[in-house]
Design a protein around this ligand. Sequence first.
Ligand SMILES: [Zn+2]
Length: 173
Amino acid sequence: MGLLLFDESFFDHPAAIAAGEGATTMHIRALAYCARYGLNSGRFPKATLSRLTSKRNARSLAAKLVECGLWRDDGDSWIATQVVSWRISEPADELERAAGADRQRRMRDGTNVAVYERDGYKCVYCGVADDLVVDHVVPFKRGGTSDLDNLAAACRGCNSSKRTRTPSEWGQQ
Ligand SMILES: [Zn+2]
């Protein structure tokens, strides 16, 4: 959680002009998302895209941003570059207290945040809300992917009990 500061020359910057209005709006929303979750590197999961715009052409807007240098394609993530500089300010003390240190820790990784948010910050197997990790539903070693639909919030207890089994092998659903 932080405040987004960005260069006011943005609107006149050649990269922003080249990207066009739809793409730059999505860029600003991406920066706001990064600020919200403390993603100071500007790296955020590709799965976030649907939350940045309701437009059907989100993918082509993203491609436009990459082409103009405002974003970089990095596999599972996009990275908002500093072609037009931006930064996330330190969160205000009171905001930080409200969010809580534990929540801050969970929010460090953008993908994890998306998983935790979707699963309501609770273990999908037992409902416990503490000490969460991200579990591969079909384990990585068994060919499971790191796509969001194969990831689930799990408490450390369930995660270590399940180990490299699928939920049905483990006896849960
Ligand atoms: Zn659990």
